[in-house]
Design a protein around this ligand. Structure first.
Ligand code: MTE
Length: 327
């Protein structure tokens, strides 16, 4: 784990790792992984994506679909982050725990790409990404993204509402949760050769969260196909939750009546729980969540509860006050 430049919320790894975890190597390595969420990189260099006017991947047959019409309902309170920052400063542990992983991520083959839909659905099925794109009405949305590490960005994502995907999947009445699984291919993603991480990357939501209007399946970014480092060819985006809930490069969507165990719960549940809704008043065990560093300008601004999306999502949690909703 590298800490290349220290900022206010960063701690040396030995300070960030609870003493008890030193006793156990496996736990220590896991804590290092989780601690790596603290790492910030040096100033990003220009992104391959931003430099490529043809799109994120010239071989991507979906390139012709973009740009798509913006849905103006979702407004930003700040400028859009320059693509050279948001597509060049990434968390994608499959490729690296370092933020500079653009080159490594290019090894991911994104065609053919098949998504399996299974579990509590009328009929399990598989669908290729291009067939899925043909079925969905694509739109662009401007959302803020808040990472648990206390950096943020504002991004024009393209994609379709997750609730449209849920409708396509036809879940059974008893389904209470949705589970997302990222690809598993240690040959192309070297991080997956590190056995102390609980691969593959799993995330989950309640059905009420998944069918909330904000929940978005992202296939594009800045009017082009989403680049590999940002989760090509399809990822989740949940703007009221910390970014780790937004799984990238999804290959399986399952419906279940049991709350899924997530990658981060398996790695370090004390720090990264199932709900992970943004709340400036609830600090991470090792740093404050009160403010965030805006990528590109490095300005520090106050963080808002539900990342500012409370009018859409706060009511989802009315009956869940006893849960650990914010960490
Ligand atoms: N999805 C997978 N499969 N692997 C990851 O390491 N990192 C998460 C999330 N989704 C991650 C992931 C975290 S911590 C964040 S903040 C966002 O992706 C970062 O998305 P970005 O790199 O597009 O900014």
């Amino acid at each position: 784990m590298l800490v290349k430049s220290k900022r206010g919320w960063e701690l040396p790894e030995r300070d960030a790792t609870p003493e008890s975890t030193y006793a156990n190597r496996r736990q220590l390595l896991r804590a290092m992984g989780a601690g790596a969420l603290l790492a910030a990189s040096a100033v990003p260099v220009a992104s391959a994506f931003a430099d490529d006017p043809a799109g994120g991947d010239k071989d991507d047959p979906s390139a012709k679909l973009y740009p798509v019409k913006r849905n103006d309902k979702y407004k930003l309170d700040r400028p859009i982050t320059d693509a050279k920052y948001s597509t060049d400063y990434n968390n994608f542990y499959e490729f690296s725990t370092d933020k500079e992983l653009v080159a490594a991520a290019q090894a991911l083959p994104i065609r053919p790409w098949t998504i399996t839909v299974d579990g509590m659905v009328e009929k399990p099925f598989q669908i290729g990404i291009d067939d899925l794109l043909a079925k969905m009405q694509l739109e662009e949305r401007l959302y803020r993204h808040r990472c648990v590490e206390a950096w943020s960005m504002a991004v024009p994502w393209s994609g379709f509402p997750l609730k449209d995907f849920v409708a396509l999947a036809k879940p059974l009445g008893g389904a209470k949760f949705i589970r997302f699984e990222t690809f598993m291919d240690p040959k192309v993603a070297d991080g997956q050769n590190q056995p102390f991480y609980p691969w593959p990357y799993i995330e989950g939501l309640t059905m009420a969260e998944a069918t909330n209007e904000l929940a978005f399946m992202v296939t594009g970014m800045y009017g082009k196909p989403v680049p590999k480092q940002d989760g090509a060819p399809i990822r989740v985006v949940l703007p009221w939750k910390y970014g780790f809930k937004s799984g990238k490069s999804i290959v399986k969507v399952s419906f279940t009546d049991k709350q899924p165990r997530t990658f981060w719960q398996d790695l370090q549940e004390s720090d990264y729980g199932f709900w992970a809704n943004v709340n400036p008043a609830v600090p991470h065990p090792r740093w404050s969540q009160a403010t965030e560093r805006v990528l590109g300008t490095d300005e520090r601004v106050p963080t808002q509860i539900w990342n500012g999306y409370g009018e859409y999502v706060a009511q989802l949690y009315d009956g869940l006050k006893s849960e650990r909703l914010f960490a």
